[in-house]
Design a protein around this ligand. Structure first.
Ligand SMILES: Cc1ncc(COP(=O)(O)O)c(C=O)c1O
Length: 401
C-alpha cells in the first residue's frame, strides 16, 4: 500500500505487477543445482526477429534525430491498413489509413491510455464502469483504476468458453459502462471470440454508448482457424467503426517485442481524439523502427513460419501433459492455462525442484463478484522456447506436480 501522501492514491488500489509478485514469491528460492532454468513465465517470443529489421534500421539511421510524429508515417499507416485488409478481407474503403489508424509504441501503452480516452467523470450520473475479463492482462486493470473508473471483473471459466458471458451484464451495469476491454485470442486461456459474440459486443457498445477495446495482439498465433477479428465483423454491418478500437502488435506476430510497435485502428472520431490525447503523452516509436515495422506488416511469410513453430511447441506440450491439469489445446495464443490445485504452491515447487519458472494464475485474476478467486488453482505457462526445450520442460512439470 502507498505510504506517501504526495502521489496519486489510486495507485494504492493496484497490487504489484504480476512479475514483481512472482519475483517476490521466488526471491528466497534457488533451483536445484543440476537443472537448467527455463523461464516460462513471460510471454516473450524466443524465435529470432526477422533479419529485415536490422537491414531497415541501418538504411534509416539518418532518422534517429527526429521526433516520431503521433500519426506515424503514411508508409506505416498504409502497411498496417494493407495487412488489415489482407488478414480480414475487408472491403475497399473501410479502412481509411489516414483517419482510422494510429501507430502505438507497443500495445500496452495504448491499452493503458485508452482508459484516459474513454472514461468520463461520470456516466449516467454514476461512477463509470470499465469491464474486463477475469483473468486479465494487467494493463487493463491499471488503466481502469488510474482513469478513475470502477474495474468490473467478468468471470471467464471453461463453462463460459473462457470469455465473459455477455448475458450476465445487467442493464444497470451497461448503462454506466464507459469501456469494455475484450481480449481475443485471450491471454491466458487462448479463447477466441466468434463472429456472433463480437457482433453482440459491438451491439452492446453502440446501444449503451461505451468504447469496445478489442485486444487482438495474439491474432496471428493460432492453431487451426484464423481467429475472427472485430473489424471483420464490423465489415458485415456496413463497415461502421463507431465505438470500436482494435489493437494489433508486432511483439508476438513478428517476435519483435523490443521494437515496441503496434497500432490501433478504430472509428475516425475516436482516433482523432486519441491522437489529441497521445500528442500530450506518448513517446512514440522512433522513425527507423517504424519503417522496420511497416516492412514487417507487409510480410506474411515469417508469420506463417512462426505459426508452424508454435504448433510444434503445442504438440510437444500435449505429448507430455495431455490428460493432466485440465490440459487443452487453445485455439490461439501461446499459453497453457493449467489447473494444478494451488497455483502459487505449484510455482514454488516447479522453480525449486525443476528450475521452471511459471506464473501463478492468481496474479492475473481478482476475486469474482462472489468473492472466489478462480485463478488461484491455475498456473500460466508461456510456450515460447523451442519445441525440444518445451518437451523436456513439460516432462519435468508433469513429474514434479
Ligand atoms: C493480452 C496482451 N495485450 C497486450 C500486450 C502488450 O504487448 P505489446 O505492448 O508488446 O504490444 C500483451 C503482452 O504480453 C498481452 O499479453
Amino acid at each position: 500500500m502507498l505510504s506517501s501522501p504526495l502521489v496519486n492514491d489510486r495507485l494504492g488500489w493496484l497490487s504489484d505487477y504480476p512479475f514483481t509478485r512472482l519475483a517476490t514469491l521466488l526471491s528466497e528460492i534457488t533451483p536445484r543445482a543440476n537443472v537448467e532454468p527455463v523461464i516460462m513465465s513471460v510471454g516473450e517470443p524466443q524465435h529470432a526477429p526477422p533479419a529485415l529489421i536490422d537491414e531497415i534500421l541501418r538504411t534509416k539511421s539518418h532518422l534517429w534525430g527526429k521526433y516520431p510524429p503521433v500519426a506515424g508515417t503514411p508508409e506505416f499507416r498504409a502497411s498496417a491498413g494493407g495487412w488489415l485488409n489482407r488478414r480480414y478481407g475487408l472491403p475497399a474503403g473501410m479502412i481509411d489509413a489516414e483517419k482510422t489508424i494510429l501507430p502505438v509504441a507497443g500495445t500496452r501503452e495504448a491499452l493503458f491510455l485508452t482508459a484516459l480516452l474513454a472514461v468520463p467523470e461520470s456516466k449516467a450520473g454514476q461512477r463509470p464502469a470499465v469491464l474486463l475479463p477475469n483473468p486479465f492482462y494487467a494493463a487493463y486493470e491499471g488503466a481502469a483504476v488510474m482513469a478513475g473508473g470502477e474495474a468490473v471483473f467478468l468471470t471467464t471459466t471453461r463453462e463460459t468458453g473462457f470469455l465473459p458471458d455477455l448475458d450476465t451484464l445487467s442493464p444497470e451495469l451497461l448503462e454506466r459502462t464507459a469501456l469494455f476491454y475484450l481480449c481475443t485470442p485471450s491471454n491466458p486461456q487462448g479463447a477466441v471470440a466468434g463472429r456472433s459474440y463480437l457482433e453482440r459486443a459491438i451491439g452492446l457498445a453502440r446501444r449503451h454508448g461505451f468504447v469496445l477495446a478489442v485486444d487482438e495482439c495474439y491474432a496471428e498465433i493460432y492453431d487451426r482457424e484464423p481467429p475472427t477479428g472485430v473489424l471483420e465483423v464490423a465489415a458485415t454491418t456496413g463497415g461502421d467503426l463507431s465505438n470500436l478500437l482494435v489493437f494489433h502488435s508486432l511483439s508476438k506476430r513478428s517476435n519483435a517485442a523490443g521494437l515496441r510497435s503496434g497500432f490501433v485502428a478504430g472509428g475516425p472520431d475516436l482516433i482523432a481524439l486519441f491522437s489529441r490525447l497521445r500528442s500530450y503523452s506518448i513517446a512514440g516509436t522512433p522513425l527507423p523502427a517504424l519503417a522496420a515495422a511497416a516492412a514487417l506488416w507487409d510480410d506474411d511469410e515469417h508469420v506463417v513460419e512462426n505459426r508452424a513453430l508454435y504448433r510444434a511447441k503445442f504438440d510437444a506440450a500435449q505429448s507430455a501433459l495431455e490428460g493432466r491439469f485440465g490440459f487443452y489445446r487453445p485455439a490461439g495464443g501461446f499459453f497453457l492455462w493449467l489447473d494444478v490445485g494451488d497455483g502459487e504452491d505449484a510455482t514454488v515447487r516447479l522453480w525449486r525442484d525443476g528450475g521452471i519458472k511459471v506464473l501463478p494464475g492468481a496474479y492475473l485474476t481478482r476475486p469474482d463478484a462472489d468473492g472466489v478467486n478462480r485463478g488461484s488453482s491455475f498456473i500460466r505457462i508461456a510456450l515460447v522456447h523451442d519445441a525440444a526445450t518445451i518437451a523436456e520442460a513439460c516432462t519435468r512439470i508433469s513429474k514434479i506436480l
